[in-house]
Design a binder for this molecule. Structure first.
Ligand code: SIN
Length: 282
């Protein structure tokens, strides 16, 4: 069972992202295959599998190869699967989630290692997801700014999502939870994060969740943060993935941001997302 397979890996761009061929991820995978996939994730920041056929059970089982599953604390779950989050846009919806450059759940003290997004139904075109390499974003800063940021921390909050739940849920099928009272989640993280597996430094701030730099007001923080967001999403640092039904994207949340492109008004898109427990940023 689960004999070793040789993965074929095709990089998508010069900055990040690679497609991985030769694998049915609904099957049992040997330790060495799992370790090859993990290596590809570390090398490319986000990896993609095509023509998969996953049930919620096999999606969970594949995810578990890489760590414990975590439930999203703010969004509703697929019924019967607390650790699967539906990401759905109905044809009549006006809005989606994720249409800003962001890092999943960075408002948690221990944000997730990564997420695995599986396409159950996608429009013929539109609805791509973009990813940005935050190692490159860090490397390409001037040495002076790198020195200024070194050792500094920033507050991350979920208030962008949860301070106005009812308002955000209108016109959008991916619903914030209304069955709980949301208390602000706030975490303090280094602005320059050292990846716990690669040991490389990356920029770790994002538009919806980073609130302010420690020791500075939000007003004082915003000019610098805004400049960092603009820098981090330069096209040179990104890749763009065109979905087909059965595609799966697996991103490393520690060193990649992503952006859901909402350019498919009037069409339906349905995804399932699992998330893997991470480590405290340092
Ligand atoms: C997300 O931010 O996880 C959603 C991405 C997408 O829908 O493409």
């Amino acid at each position: 069972m689960g004999s070793d397979v040789r993965l074929e890996i095709k990089p998508l761009t010069g900055s990040c992202g690679a497609e991985v061929f030769g694998l049915d991820i609904s099957q049992y995978l040997s330790d060495s295959t799992v370790s090859d996939i993990r290596r590809a994730l570390l090398d490319y920041g986000v990896i993609f599998f095509r023509e998969q056929n996953l049930t919620p059970e096999t999606h969970r089982a594949f995810t578990k190869n890489f760590g414990d599953l975590v439930s999203n604390p703010v969004y509703a779950h697929v019924e019967g699967y607390p650790d699967i989050m539906p990401v759905i846009k109905e044809a009549g919806d006006k809005y989606v989630i994720g249409d800003t450059w962001h890092t999943d759940m960075s408002y948690m003290e221990v944000p997730p290692l990564g997420s695995l997004l599986y396409a159950r139904e996608v429009p013929e075109y539109g609805g791509d997801t973009l990813f940005a390499n935050m190692y490159l974003a860090y490397e390409m800063l001037s040495d002076t700014l790198k020195e200024m940021l070194q050792g500094r921390k920033a507050y991350h909050s979920d208030r962008y999502l949860t301070s106005r739940v009812a308002e955000r849920n209108v016109g959008r099928s991916t619903q914030l939870r209304t069955d709980i009272e949301h208390k602000e989640r706030l975490a303090l993280h280094p602005i320059v994060r050292t990846h716990d597996e690669t040991g490389k430094k990356c920029l770790y701030v994002n538009f919806p969740f980073t609130w302010s730099i420690e020791g500075m007001s939000r007003e004082e923080s915003l000019p610098l943060l805004t400049q960092l967001y603009a820098h981090a999403s330069r096209p040179e640092f990104t890749c763009r993935f065109r979905w087909r039904k059965g595609s799966l994207a697996f991103w490393d949340n520690r060193c990649a941001m992503h952006y859901a492109c909402d350019d498919y008004q009037g069409k339906r898109r349905e995804m399932h997302r699992t998330t893997i427990a991470g480590t405290r940023p340092r």
